[in-house]
Design a protein around this ligand. Sequence first.
Ligand code: C2E
Ligand code: SIN
Ligand code: SIN
Ligand code: FE
Ligand code: FE
Length: 414
Amino acid sequence: MLTHQQKLDRLVQLGLEISQIADLDLLLEKVLTEARHLLRADAGSIYVKENDRLRFSYSQNDTLQKRLQPGKKLIYTTFTLPIDNFSIAGFVANNGETLNIPDAYKIRDQYPFSFNPKFDQISGYRTHSMLTIPMKNSRGDIIGVLQLINAQDDQGNIIPFPKEDEPIVRHFAIYAANAIERAQMTRTTIERMISMAELRDPKETGPHANRVASYAVVIYEAWGQKNGLRQEEIDRMRDSLRLAAMLHDVGKVAISDVILKKPGRLNDDEYNIMKQHTIHGARLFQNARSDFDEFSAIVALNHHERWDGKGYPGHVDVQTGRPLPGFENENGTAKGKQGEEIPLFGRIVALADVYDALSSKRVYKKAWSEEQVLAEIEKERGKQFDPLVVDCFFERLDEIRAIAKRYPDEPPKE
Ligand code: C2E
Ligand code: SIN
Ligand code: SIN
Ligand code: FE
Ligand code: FE
């Protein structure tokens, strides 16, 4: 177990580490992982404030995780709670107080809330100790709630959370709150860029971008594990990948909405103009200053290439849009990139994007059934799509389905 001094040292290091994560989902994952390690908690959840409610946004549970096959992730559903005194998380957000509960099933009647055993009943888990901490930013506003469950001693026995750990985790919660607030701002900015690009209501475009981005991350994680990448490498890349994948279609900003919103099939001329969104997108991120710029340019440019070489825009000069020397077709277009000429992130987002496009309603098409979508992907394995990327996709299908539920086109009524 870490000594108190080691925990303090780790805390400073963590403040730095979490300040470097740009993407909100990945930040929540990191915050919870590290808070659990710091205090040796078997499980935990993060609630994020959304309007005047708390959204159950992220959750981990080592015990339940161990019952799964290696590489699989726990699937959980999100829900919201009112910020009032009738749930544990609600109480903590409402009063800004930390609650350290030794046994969730023996909450003293001085409190207005009781523990909701529904989750335990469904999962077969047994919640004992619970440390629930408000996440306040530097101005003192509540950003969310961090909940740690079942502290463990060196032998793995479940114990109450030690009182002396409370200041450490409260301090960590301030770092976390500020980082989450910044990541929320980044996410909002990206969602605004996308809605400008598509000149549509962000309700419609935000979810598509978030789904494609989360699918891409899951596929990349599977690909990285299969190909023996180190976990730190995967973690570092996926943050920029997620943001880049959200912006795959940002080049549509340059396409007139007469074409973009045409309620029917495009004719050849219109489709040729539409294809330029790849090049327009890549131009926005030229003169890369960060991994994020570099990956965004790669994803925008390459997400419509096909494994068999029949995609677009092919081997072009991004600046001029013209074919690179030696890659001209007779009709003046560029030869498509083929196989591993297409950067990995292009191959991954290509599949994520088409999976989502086929599964969704568009102005020009109906949503396909899941059966039809999966059959199409299988059929295009090795043609439109990288066969290994398709394998990774099918391996993680449960997670992919859970993501679709987390980012529905219409926010659920609650
Ligand atoms: P999107 O709607 O996000 O679709 C992304 C990709 O999903 C498409 O790239 C295509 O590879 C795949 N996809 C979408 N619908 C279908 C389908 O019904 N069948 C099949 N086999 N694949 C499908 P693509 O074709 O290069 O199109 C790029 C973007 O151009 C689309 O993005 C959409 O914004 C626009 N677009 C394409 N075709 C039409 C059309 O007929 N009408 C309109 N209004 N827009 C279109
Ligand atoms: C909470 O009250 O913290 C969440 C719901 C519950 O598990 O009681
Ligand atoms: C991600 O962290 O973006 C992928 C996992 C998820 O969204 O559930
Ligand atoms: Fe596209
Ligand atoms: Fe798209």
